[in-house]
Design a protein around this ligand. Structure first.
Ligand code: SF4
Ligand code: ZN
Length: 327
């Protein structure tokens, strides 16, 4: 016999949320996801009502779910939403997702703007893979560096002051482990979601899905009839992220809720690291220096493209130089 929903006690449950022990029907499950995202947005003051929010939408489940949730739940705040999409130029893969995004945006009445790597950087991902001087420069590191810049540029040209991305709880925990194992303690502090302004245009980056499990986003997309791309990118590399992902999923199977516990601990660690210097032996609380650091970085400009950079040459210009000149 099927279980009843623990929230409404009316409908049959379609999902058991293992970490809380709840049984949820389709309606209560969808509502619970939308409620959780709304709570995250409010807890970290992510969006206010004068905002123009560029939602980075790739055609995958996370970003389309994010767009749908923002559209459904922010009545009352009513920010302007613009879906921004980056076309990396990967033949046979990206074309399908561009169409999915275009159709979905037109169905829910959100403007969709697209920009390609070829337009911005003079080369597509397909071309970058042909000319990269060594396989040691991984496809996803090239692509990720170019994509972050493309999203910034497209958001600026759309007049947005907030960029929302579809990173979920699993991504957040994996990113922590990647930074931890790389010894990059300072970056852990940067992941704390207080509203930091950065860059020339004062753009703010937010991750409204950071408290939602990846598997619940798949279910949300299915139960709200969101079409999404399932095919994998042909250049996807087996990064350390994939290894952490598999390991965390195994742990979660044995210990339901472990990812959620890890998320809460990481949030506390990230907050401390953001408030206090990460690169000092002295743990005595001093004046919070994260903001100072961001501000001091704001004054540094890349010598080639004149965008904010923590080095003389920014990562995008360095990547393009390696690809086109081999240095
Ligand atoms: Fe780019 Fe890697 Fe994503 Fe493919 S899998 S779109 S190469 S970041
Ligand atoms: Zn540059």
């Amino acid at each position: 016999m099927s279980k009843q929903c623990s929230k409404c006690s009316k409908n049959d449950a379609i999902y058991m949320r293992q970490y809380s022990g709840e049984f949820l029907c389709k309606i209560c499950f969808v509502k619970s996801i939308e409620y959780k995202v709304k709570r995250t947005i409010s807890k970290f003051s992510m969006i206010k009502n004068s905002d123009r929010v560029a939602v980075a939408v790739s055609g995958g489940k996370d970003s389309l779910a994010l767009l749908n949730i923002l559209k459904n739940t922010l009545r009352g705040i009513d920010p302007v939403l613009i879906a921004i999409t980056v076309d990396e130029g990967i033949q046979g893969y990206r074309d399908e997702s561009l169409e999915i995004v275009r159709n979905f945006c037109s169905k829910i009445g959100v403007e969709n703007r697209v920009v390609s790597y070829s337009e911005l950087f003079g080369l597509s991902m397909d071309r970058a893979m042909e000319i990269r001087p060594s396989e040691k420069i991984s496809s996803c590191s090239i692509c990720g560096t170019l994509r972050r810049r493309a999203i910034d540029l497209l958001s600026e040209s759309a007049g947005a002051n907030v960029i929302a991305t579809g990173h979920n709880l699993d991504d957040y925990v994996q990113t922590f482990l990647i930074n931890l194992f790389a010894g990059d303690v300072e970056r852990i502090g940067w992941t704390y979601p207080s509203p930091v302004e950065y860059g020339t245009g004062g753009l703010k980056k937010i991750k409204p899905l950071m408290e939602i499990y990846e598997k619940e986003l798949v279910l949300y997309a299915i139960h709200t009839n969101i079409p999404f791309q399932t095919e994998e990118c042909p250049y996807k590399d087996e990064s350390i992220r994939s290894a952490f992902r598999a390991h965390l999923n195994n742990l979660e199977k044995i210990h339901p809720g472990i990812k959620y516990n890890a998320y809460n601990s990481i949030l506390k660690i990230a907050k401390r690291l953001k408030e206090f210097p990460a690169n000092t032996e002295n743990t005595t609380p001093t004046t919070p220096n994260f903001t100072d650091k961001v501000n001091s970085q704001e004054h540094r400009k890349c010598e080639l493209c004149n965008r904010d950079s923590s080095n003389k040459i920014c990562s995008v210009c360095r990547t393009l130089n390696i690809l086109t000149k081999g240095n």
